[in-house]
Ligand binder design. Structure first.
Ligand code: NDP
Length: 249
């Protein structure tokens, strides 16, 4: 298969740890030019330096995905740094899960803001560029909790179910409008990252910790799938990937 990833300019949100960090390193190693965004500037700087030390190309900018202007600014950074933009990996997310009866309403709102509005802000920021150039790839991270209901993940899962509908509508509308904007939605299962640190409910934290200790795999595995998606021929899309530990039921 012809290599299509080399030279692609790719924005990664939530690039300061976990799946985003692993993906940045994986695709930069395959020749993509990466543009890293998240809130922790110190982590982004370290990751960008590591990528450059390994011979790759990376720039970074502190951003909060819930702020539309930060999403617009990172698109501008990509264009200013590398002269183009080919793809965005909408990966930033939080998972403060708990039963509905715990009424952690502030956390419900935070999840909606980061996991839904953060993605919508990213899509809004890249769409004018992708539409004008009639080419672009939008990849988003949902979850297996976006495919199936699990007790304790009502709001988190809801934000991830939203992505399934939104991304599939986007794929169909782009095809009908002839904009050639491709989409890919990932549905990871247990991946060992910092994600569990966002849980404040003690019971939920304990349950999740047990699950991840039993089954969790490295975020490198998800990074390889993103690399595969970005390397597909330009006329081809694989729009959904469910990826997780081989031994997780
Ligand atoms: P991490 O906690 O390691 O990474 C989350 C990333 O999101 C961090 O880089 C964090 O950076 C960033 N982030 C959080 N809030 C914001 C914000 N407001 N603005 C910008 N960036 C933000 O966890 P994962 O790597 O696991 O999570 C990545 C994605 O994968 C999430 O969407 C998660 O829901 C999804 N997922 C993960 C699974 C898993 O088992 N790990 C399973 C299924 C889905 P910073 O704090 O610096 O802003």
């Amino acid at each position: 298969m012809t290599d299509t990833i080399t030279g692609k300019v790719v924005i990664i949100t939530g690039a300061s740890s976990g799946i985003g960090e692993a993906t940045a390193k994986e695709i930069a190693g395959k020749g993509a030019k990466v543009v890293l965004g998240a809130r922790r500037a110190d982590k982004l700087e370290q990751i960008a330096e590591a990528i450059k030390a390994a011979g790759g190309e990376a720039v970074w900018q502190a951003m909060d995905v819930t702020r539309p202007e930060d999403n617009d600014a990172i698109v501008q950074l990509a264009k200013d740094s590398f002269g183009r933009l080919d793809a965005i990996f909408l990966n930033a997310g939080i998972m403060p899960v708990s039963n509905v009866s715990a009424l952690k309403t502030d956390e419900w709102r935070q999840m909606v803001d980061v996991n839904i509005n953060g993605v919508l802000n990213g899509v809004a920021a890249v769409t004018p560029t992708f539409t004008a150039q009639k080419s672009g790839h939008i990849l988003a991270v949902s979850s297996v909790a976006g495919l199936k209901a699990y007790p304790g993940t009502a709001v988190y899962g809801g934000t991830k179910w939203f992505l399934r509908d939104f991304m599939e509508c986007l794929r169909m509308e782009s095809a009908m409008e002839g904009t050639n904007i491709r989409t890919a939605t990932l549905y990871p299962a247990a991946i060992n990252t910092e994600l569990l640190s966002t849980i404040t409910d003690p019971g939920a934290a304990e349950g999740m910790a047990g699950l991840y200790q039993a089954f969790g795999i490295s975020p490198d595995r998800i990074a390889k799938v993103v690399g595969f998606a970005l390397n597909l021929p330009e006329d081809t899309t694989v729009s959904e990937f469910t990826v997780g530990p081989a031994n997780q039921p």
